[in-house]
Design a protein around this ligand. Structure first.
Ligand SMILES: NC(=O)c1ccc[n+]([C@@H]2O[C@H](COP(=O)([O-])OP(=O)(O)OC[C@H]3O[C@@H](n4cnc5c(N)ncnc54)[C@H](O)[C@@H]3O)[C@@H](O)[C@H]2O)c1
Ligand SMILES: [Zn+2]
Length: 464
């Protein structure tokens, strides 16, 4: 990580190599080279014409010599989008793997791929090769499953992504995540912060500022967060404020931070008086969501992330086939898309849409606090969603079997759905103190059914 070597993007024709390459180059401040465009520039001919007039063998010879020149020249530290079959030639593959790292782009669905190819008739002389070359593409272990472009943030989801982060001046790492994944930060000066929500406070942020100073981080540099939501929130806030704001890259290492905290631009820390009371909107330039890090996550942390994924399922009405085990990159991408969609419509939480993401959280936060944080955030959200679903039934907004349906979904992900010590008076007191108050009322994003979350303001008396 950090060393300048080429980043090669590879995959079937129309898998999006050129679009992503240009966008990634902007995020990483590197040059971008599109191998096909380079071939056309050098030969002064269109690639379909070379295929038609001279045949594929002649094209491959030009392609190999262009790759050699690119790898030896300005491409050695650039993002390079390869052709769909460039690395079928073992010599080309050896060259790419010795001068940089190769990321394979997962093709979109067959229908989407066919649609993209059809959009530019004649431009893809070999058509859809993704099935025929499936084994070849699968032999590249680093994969990009999906990407999102959200305001100034590029979100990349896949595996083996760590080496993409390049050019950060300094990493801020959660102690536990860093010790479990030492190779991820091998090439970058790393400031380690202690793990835990109780460390999400101004003293730790101050230590990050001091580390920025110690590592001579300037206005033009970027820093990198490596850890869960606690690390991302504080590192993002340090980046928002250091030298009045510098770029940052976020590598979330918990499921919760992958599907929720990493994206949307909120940064900050806790005060004694309450969670997340100080903060700023400062989206990371790049978010790298790498499912490899999930293998070391304790089951309770995994379940906590599942709770936020189920919350997104409630909002969208799109359910995964199963909630057991570690989700795939594709499942994470589909789930995160729900949050991305909401944030796109309401980036600074001024239009009411972003409020939907608080589904289950009004009661959830109160239960979490009332338990003295013995319940994890995800556990409290699971219980909160089911309790809020019961309110929806009482208000005539949901069918009678809805709370049990929801409870079954959370239980399948090993989450609790009832707090035996649920003391309504204490929970109500915490709700009354919550920042989601609106005059005398308390604002809810009430789960009323799959794909049906409604903003409702209730008085305390109407809740119990
Ligand atoms: N910014 C936002 O929009 C947003 C959204 C939701 C939540 N959050 C914040 O995120 C925080 C919760 O995030 P979290 O659940 O990731 O908490 P966390 O950062 O405390 O991580 C949870 C635990 O997992 C450990 N850990 C991290 N990566 C690991 C790995 N790969 N393997 C094993 N252990 C690992 C950590 O050391 C920690 O003990 C809260 O502070 C919350 O306020 C922010
Ligand atoms: Zn949450």
């Amino acid at each position: 990580m950090g060393k300048a070597s080429a980043i090669y993007l590879y995959g079937p024709p129309a898998s999006g190599k050129t679009t992503l390459g240009a966008r990634l180059a902007r995020a990483l401040r590197r040059d971008f080279i599109d191998l096909d465009a380079e071939i056309e520039r050098r030969t002064g001919r269109h690639i379909p014409d070379i295929f038609r007039d001279d045949g594929e063998a002649a094209f491959r010879a030009i392609e190999s010599s262009t790759l050699r020149d690119v790898a030896a020249g300005q491409g050695s530290s650039a993002i390079v989008a390869l052709g769909g079959g460039t690395l079928l030639d073992p010599a080309n593959r050896a060259l790419a793997e010795s001068t940089g790292r190769v990321w394979r782009l997962e093709p979109p669905s067959p229908e989407e791929l066919a649609r993209r190819i059809a959009l530019r008739p004649g431009s893809r002389p070999l058509g859809d090769k993704s099935r025929e070359r499936a084994v070849h593409y699968a032999s590249f272990p680093r994969a990009i499953a999906a990407t999102f472009d959200l305001d100034d943030s590029l979100v990349v989801i896949g595996s083996g992504l760590g080496a993409l982060c390049g050019f950060a001046k300094m990493a801020v790492a959660d102690a536990t995540a860093a010790s479990l994944h030492p190779s991820a930060l091998a090439d970058i000066p790393t400031f380690t912060i202690p793990s835990g929500e109780d460390k999400k406070r101004v003293e730790t942020v101050c230590s990050i500022w001091n580390a920025c100073h110690g590592n001579a981080v300037t206005r033009r540099d970027r820093i990198l967060a490596f850890g869960g939501g606690v690390t991302g929130d504080m590192t993002g806030f340090a980046a928002a404020t250091w030298m009045r704001g510098i770029d940052w890259v976020n590598i979330p290492t918990t499921l919760l931070s992958m599907v929720d905290a990493s994206t949307g631009g909120k940064t900050g820390f806790d005060l004694q008086e309450g969670k997340n009371l100080v903060g700023a909107f400062h989206p990371p330039a790049l978010v790298l969501i790498d499912t490899d890090y999930l293998s070391t996550l304790p089951p309770r942390e995994l379940a906590s992330g599942q709770a936020e994924m189920i919350k997104h399922e409630i909002i969208s009405g799109k359910l995964r086939p199963s909630v057991a085990g570690i989700p795939t990159a594709g499942e994470i991408a589909a789930n995160l898309a729900v949050k991305v969609d909401v944030v796109r419509q309401d980036p600074h939480e001024t239009k009411g849409m972003r409020m939907l993401l608080n589904c289950g959280h009004t009661i959830g936060h109160a239960i979490e606090a009332a338990s003295g944080y013995a319940l994890s955030h995800g556990e409290a959200v699971a219980i909160g969603c089911v309790e809020e679903a019961r309110i929806a039934v009482r208000l005539g907004l949901a069918s009678a079997d809805w709370p049990e349906m929801l409870a079954a979904r959370f239980s399948a992900a090993s989450l609790p759905v009832a707090a035996p010590q649920f003391d309504r008076a204490t929970v109500a007191a915490f709700m009354a103190a919550d920042k989601k108050r609106d005059g005398d009322g308390i604002v809810f994003a009430l789960p009323c059914g799959w794909g049906d979350v409604r903003r409702v303001t209730l008085r305390l008396g109407e809740i119990a």
